[in-house]
Design a protein. Sequence first.
Length: 64
Amino acid sequence: MTIDKRCVKQRALFSDHLDGQKLPFWRALLIRFHLRFCPQCQLTHRSFETMRDALRDLRDRDPL
């Protein structure tokens, strides 16, 4: 499976997007548009969301 150049560019921005960092309007729009139509990047983005949420849950837990 090869990754399209457009995917590489968008995936480089997933972290900023998921962290809620302020991105230029056009860049955030391109990410949302790309995710709407690219099944491979949808899966990657979902896995990043899952990892982010799991790490937040660990951070918010009381230590034993």
